[in-house]
Design a protein around this ligand. Structure first.
Ligand code: NAP
Length: 260
C-alpha cells in the first residue's frame, strides 16, 4: 500500500503524518507530500513536492485538500498516477462516485477522521464500495484511530456531524464553561485551568470504557444538588436535547452542500 501520496498536508494531513510517525506506522520515506506551501523541514525523511512523474510510484493517494478545491488538486496529478492506485478521500461531503470519475475510475474509499489522529486517539468513519478499498483505509487509520465502518455512503454526512466536526463543539463548550466560570467570579486563568483539567479527566474516565455516559453523569449528580440544578438547565427546554439535533442538522446540510 506504500508509498502513500498525500494531496494536501494541512491540519488534517499533517495530523495523520504526526500520528503515523508517533505510532511507527509507516516509514517517512514512504510518504510523498504534494502541497504548494509544504516546508520539507516539517516532514523529515518524506518526499516533498517531487516532479509529477514521481507520483506514479504511489499505491495509495490520500485526498486531504479542502472540499472546495478537490477537483483542481486532482486534475494536476491524475494523469501521472498508477492505474491501480487507491484513492482515500477525507474531503467532507464529496461523493465517492464523483471522486472515482475524476480519478479515472480508480477505487475510492471515504474516511472522516478527527484531528486527534495526531496523538493516536483519533476516530474514523469509513465507507467504501469494495472490501479491498475499505481494507486500505483501515490500514491507514487503524494505527491512529478508533475505526467505524459505515455500510451506506449517505451516513457519512451524519458521521461528519457527530465525529469529524465534533471536537470543535467540545472546544466551544469548554470556552463557554471557562467564560461562565469567570462570570461567577473566578479568576479567568483559574476558571480555564479548572474547566480544561475537568474535561480531560472526565473524558479519560469515559475512555476507560467501563460505564455509559449516562451512568457517569448519575454518579456525579446528587438529587437536589448543585449538579442537578445545572443539568435542569442544560438538559431542560432549549438545552442539549434541542440544541444538538439542530446543530447536527446544520452540519449535515452543509456536508451535503459541499458534495453538491
Ligand atoms: N480539520 C479537520 O478537523 C477535518 C476533519 C475531518 C476531515 N477534514 C477534511 O480534511 C480536508 C483538509 O482539511 P484541513 O483542515 O486539513 O485543511 P487545510 O489545513 O487547509 O489543509 C489543506 C492543505 O492542502 C493544501 N493545498 C491547497 N491546494 C492544493 C493542491 N492543489 N494540491 C495539494 N495541496 C493543496 C493547502 O495549502 P494552502 O493552505 O497553502 O492553500 C493546505 O496545506 C478537508 O477536505 C476536510 O473536509 C478536516
Amino acid at each position: 500500500m506504500t508509498p502513500i501520496l498525500l494531496l494536501g498536508a494541512g491540519r488534517m494531513g499533517g495530523a495523520l503524518i504526526a500520528g503515523w510517525r508517533e505510532a511507527g506506522a509507516f516509514a517517512a520515506a514512504d510518504l510523498i507530500i504534494r502541497d504548494p506551501h509544504a516546508d520539507p523541514a516539517a516532514f523529515p525523511g518524506a518526499v516533498v513536492n517531487p516532479p509529477l512523474e514521481a507520483l506514479a510510484a504511489a499505491r495509495t493517494v490520500l485526498l486531504a485538500v479542502k472540499p472546495q478545491i478537490w477537483r483542481e488538486a486532482a486534475a494536476d496529478v491524475v494523469p501521472h498516477l498508477a492505474p491501480d492506485a487507491v484513492i482515500v478521500s477525507i474531503a467532507a461531503g464529496v461523493r465517492a462516485a464523483d471522486i472515482s470519475e475524476v480519478f479515472g475510475g480508480r477505487r475510492v474509499v471515504r474516511v472522516m477522521p478527527t484531528t486527534a489522529v495526531a496523538i493516536g486517539l483519533g476516530t474514523a468513519s469509513i465507507y467504501a464500495d469494495t472490501a479491498e478499498a475499505r481494507a486500505r483505509a483501515h490500514a491507514l487509520l487503524a494505527p491512529v484511530a478508533t475505526v467505524v465502518d459505515l455500510d451506506d455512503e449517505a451516513l457519512m454526512h451524519a458521521a461528519t456531524a457527530v465525529s469529524g466536526s465534533a471536537p470543535a463543539y467540545l472546544y466551544a463548550f469548554i470556552e463557554a464553561l471557562e467564560a461562565a466560570g469567570a462570570g461567577q467570579g473566578l479568576d479567568p486563568a483559574a476558571s480555564a485551568t479548572l474547566a480544561r483539567a475537568t474535561i480531560v479527566g472526565a473524558a479519560a474516565l469515559l475512555g476507560q470504557g467501563g460505564e455509559e455516559p449516562a451512568e457517569l453523569r448519575r454518579q456525579v449528580t446528587s438529587p437536589g444538588g448543585t449538579t442537578a440544578a445545572a443539568l435542569a438547565v442544560l438538559m431542560g427546554e432549549g438545552g442539549f436535547g434541542d440544541l444538538l439535533p439542530r446543530a447536527m442538522a446544520a452540519a449535515v446540510r452543509r456536508s451535503k452542500e459541499l458534495g453538491a
